[in-house]
Ligand binder design. Structure first.
Ligand code: NAD
Length: 417
């Protein structure tokens, strides 16, 4: 029987508890960190193209803002649950802290199937959801961004709705915007690029190189496809790629750009010529040096973890490894770059976008990429140093750094009244 998929918020709390124990965290602060500060559930009625009204449910969870305004993406997916959004908001909190950027953590989501909705329906749903959260977001309060099945266009609708409500243009209310509206160059590739920088650092630590190293990517979307393109540029060889409908494999190598072109044209990676078809599970168990889960939570279960052959796992997705699978990978000496470090490139460049908006600046792509490289390499070294010092896994080390800084901020702020 296959392993039951754990509740993501329970997984997030288990991780927090491990870090709290290692850090000997004050129980009062630990208690604060076990709960989101605010949970908002919004009813989102939408006039559909057939004239009928359909009511969706949306969430915004603001986890903690001790280190700065809340920050986190918005997900559109049929399987969105409140517990998933809570988990993602907690991970955002630790992630911004690991990256040492002045943000807290939040996340949003709407239970919907965007693949079955027209552009008009998506726009009306986004705008109605934005009115529901307009009072709790803003450049100094909470700054949303794209996540699974949301993109720059969705951010443009949020920006416009918010600005219309406030009567002034407020570009800093969201990040991941189109460039024409104050988006940052380099934001679209930032998550994949950051994950690639982390993989390069991991290879250095292991005394190997990316030249000719084989890798597989689960989830050929924004994070996964950009990771593949950039790791390929660094000399590694993509041999397998997948999306929600399955994957393709060629041991001699795939061409990431051509796989992406095929996906853009047909909507799928399957059907790419010169490759055999594989399931998502087979992809995760493929013989390769680097594995990048870049789709959704709980992809690597305990059973799959036992069959993972990769030496490095780069978690571009949030929460792709279950806590049980984590233990197996650790026992098998897999070098795991945890999500809150590996995919922090997205929020790092979101931060750079927000800074440019607030200061009315516009940096070149090279400038953005080099700031990202500096920030994420420093974060990697900090986490790796913690891992060596405390003799813990990279996951626990990242949580110790992330949770530790948030706890310190809470302690220093004090409790009012
Ligand atoms: P996306 O919508 O651009 O791409 C998601 C991809 O995953 C698509 O190709 C989809 O077909 C595929 N997918 C969906 N379900 C799947 C399944 N069951 N098996 C295999 N593939 C599946 O989304 P994204 O923005 O790339 O996000 C992917 C992951 O990266 C998420 O966990 C997200 O939270 C995380 N992430 C994204 C960013 C960002 O900046 N986009 C930043 C940090 C973390």
């Amino acid at each position: 029987m296959s392993e039951a998929k754990p509740n993501p918020f329970e997984s997030a709390l288990k991780q927090l508890d491990i870090a709290a124990e290692r850090l000997k965290l004050d129980p009062g602060i630990h208690g604060i960190l076990r709960q989101p500060k605010r949970i908002v559930t919004i009813s989102v009625p939408v006039r559909m193209d057939n004239g009928q009204t359909k009511t969706f449910t949306g969430f915004r969870v603001q986890y903690n803002d001790a280190r700065g305004p809340y920050k986190g993406g918005i997900r559109y997916h049929p399987n969105v649950t409140l517990d998933e959004v809570k988990a993602l908001s907690a991970w955002m909190t630790w992630k911004c802290s690991v990256a040492d950027i002045p943000f807290g953590g939040a996340k949003g989501g709407i239970i919907c199937d965007p693949k079955k909705m027209s552009q008009g329906e998506l726009e009306r749903m986004t705008r109605r959801y934005t009115t529901g959260i307009a009072d709790i977001i803003g450049p100094d309060r909470d700054v949303p961004a794209p996540d699974v099945y949301t993109n720059a266009q969705v951010m443009a609708w949020i920006l416009d709705t918010y600005s219309q409500l406030k009567g002034v243009m407020v570009p800093g209310v969201v990040t991941g915007k189109p460039i024409s509206l104050g988006g940052s160059l380099g934001r679209d590739t930032a998550t994949g690029r950051g994950a690639a920088f982390c993989t390069r650092e991991a290879a250095k630590v292991k005394g190997t190189t990316l030249k000719g190293a084989t890798f597989a990517v689960q989830g050929f979307g924004n994070a996964g496809a950009n990771y593949a393109l950039i790791l390929e540029e660094m000399g590694a060889k993509l041999i397998a790629a997948s999306d929600s409908k399955g994957g393709v494999l060629n041991r001699r190598g795939l061409d990431a750009k051509k796989v992406l072109q095929h996906k853009e044209k047909s909507g799928l990676v399957v059907g790419y010529s010169g490759a055999e078809e594989v399931t998502n599970e087979e992809l995760l168990e493929t013989e390769c040096e680097i594995l990048c889960p870049a789709a959704l939570e709980n992809a690597i279960t305990k059973d799959i973890a036992r069959k993972v052959k990769a030496k490095i796992v780069t978690e571009a997705a949030n929460g792709p490894t279950t806590p049980e699978a984590d233990k197996v990978l650790d026992q098998n000496k897999v070098f795991l770059i945890p999500d809150i470090l590996a995919n922090s490139g997205g929020v790092i460049v979101s931060y750079l976008e927000w800074v440019q908006n607030l200061d009315r600046l516009s940096w070149s792509e090279e400038e953005v990429n080099s700031k990202l490289e500096r920030k994420i390499t420093t974060a990697f070294k900090g986490v790796h140093g913690q891992s060596a010092e405390s003799a813990v896994s990279m996951r626990t080390a990242a949580l110790m750094v992330g949770v530790g800084r948030v706890a310190e901020a809470i302690r220093t702020l004090g409790l009012w009244p």
